[in-house]
Design a protein around this ligand. Structure first.
Ligand code: G6P
Length: 372
């Protein structure tokens, strides 16, 4: 099996290293003359023009990709989006009809909870579109349309490269639907495509420049009993993903919170020494979100939290308050998640590795859960 890992210590190490490629290959062949072209969606313009809402259904990491996708679909396609755990949707007598587009997200395309939810949505008359990483899997076969992610086979149980590919596919879908619905200007579209195409190199920068430091930090933290993750806007789903990955791989208690929710409860958890990862939005984006997150950092710092900030290169405002700063390259706000998640994947993998755990096969988990 060592050969299959291509010299890497684990499939996960290999798959994290492939994150730039997973994004690049998902975009490849889908940009022509400054526009997104998704050949698989040919002939679907009328459907996209006719739907009045989108429901995204998924489980696990794919669900967090969906939460990021909501921001992109609402901003670029100006269509209301709900994101729901597939198993919760399935049994709640959802109000869904022919004007609803259900977008399912699944790496394997075999997750039973997601499959059953898609079937239920179709039974209620919704149109279904599958974002999937596995050619010919059951969920895409049961759907009206398919957009494949091209992350390549993912072997490690916990998802990494498929996650960045799923978010990328949602960007492509949002830009495409936005144009078809006349909601997206050519100019914004072109800028977004430039950002999209720059992502692989920026992820690579994180792997080349920050991975060693992050692994060192993880090594120092092997005795940690609990880690919190805070984020706002698109940083919120990334906080959730960072916490999930840490639970899955290292068996450490971890929780993700919306930074704005801190004062409504979670701040009670902060005691001296409590490690908290904070996803810091870019200071260039109108500065509001950035300054709100900086105040959150001050609040938890004043109570003794150990702050690990994931912040844009050059953002000096975080320095006085953060114990550690993990840097990511500059990107437009909607694209930040694809970068800021990378340090969290490296951290979770690094911590589990430092604890001597099997990062590819965490206890109690299966790669694809084909039972409800
Ligand atoms: C399992 C895996 C997770 C994954 C989830 C959804 O629980 O352990 O890593 O996120 O299923 O899988 P899917 O194949 O539908 O994306």
């Amino acid at each position: 099996a060592a050969a299959d890992k291509g010299g890497w210590s684990s499939f996960m190490a290999k798959e994290v290293a492939e994150e730039p490629d997973a994004v690049a290959k998902t975009v490849l062949g889908r940009v022509h003359d400054g526009q997104i072209v998704i050949p698989e969606l040919d002939g679907m313009d009328e459907l996209f023009q006719g739907v009045s809402r989108v429901i995204v259904l998924a489980c696990g990491t794919a669900y967090y990709a969906g939460l990021v996708g909501k921001y992109a679909l609402e901003q670029w396609a100006r269509i209301p989006v709900d994101v729901e755990l597939a198993h919760e949707f399935r049994y709640r007598d959802a109000i869904v009809g022919p004007d609803t587009l259900v977008v399912s997200i699944s790496q394997s395309g075999e997750t039973m909870d997601t499959l059953m939810a898609v079937k239920e949505a179709a039974r209620l008359g919704a149109k279904t579109l599958s974002i999937c990483n596995t050619q010919g899997a059951t969920i895409p076969r049961e759907s009206d349309a398919i957009v494949y992610t091209h992350a390549g086979p993912e072997v490690a149980v916990a998802s990494t490269k498929a996650f960045v590919a799923q978010i990328t596919a949602l960007y492509l879908l949002a830009l495409h639907v936005g144009r078809v619905r006349g909601a997206l200007s050519a100019e914004v579209g072109v800028e977004a495509i430039e950002e999209l195409e720059a992502l692989p190199e920026k992820i690579q920068w994180i792997l080349d420049n920050e991975q060693g430091r992050i692994e060192q930090l993880a090594h120092w933290m092997t005795d940690t009993r609990s880690v919190l993750f805070l984020g706002r806007h698109v940083g919120f789903p990334i906080a959730l993903e960072g916490a999930l990955k840490l639970k899955e791989l290292s068996y450490i208690h971890a929780e993700g919170f919306a930074a704005g929710e801190l004062k409504h409860g979670p701040i009670a958890l902060i005691e001296p020494g409590q490690p908290v990862f904070v996803m810091v939005p870019s200071p260039r984006d109108g500065a509001t979100l950035h300054s709100k997150v900086i105040s959150n950092i001050e609040e938890i710092r004043a109570r003794g939290a150990r702050v690990i900030a994931v912040a844009e290169e050059g953002d000096a405002a975080v320095l006085p308050f953060a114990d550690e700063v993990l840097r990511v390259p500059l990107a437009a706000p909607l694209f930040e998640p694809v970068l800021s998640v990378v340090p969290l994947h490296i951290f979770a993998m690094g911590l589990a590795t430092a604890k001597g755990l099997d990062v590819d096969q965490p206890r109690n988990l299966a790669k694809s859960v084909t039972v409800e």
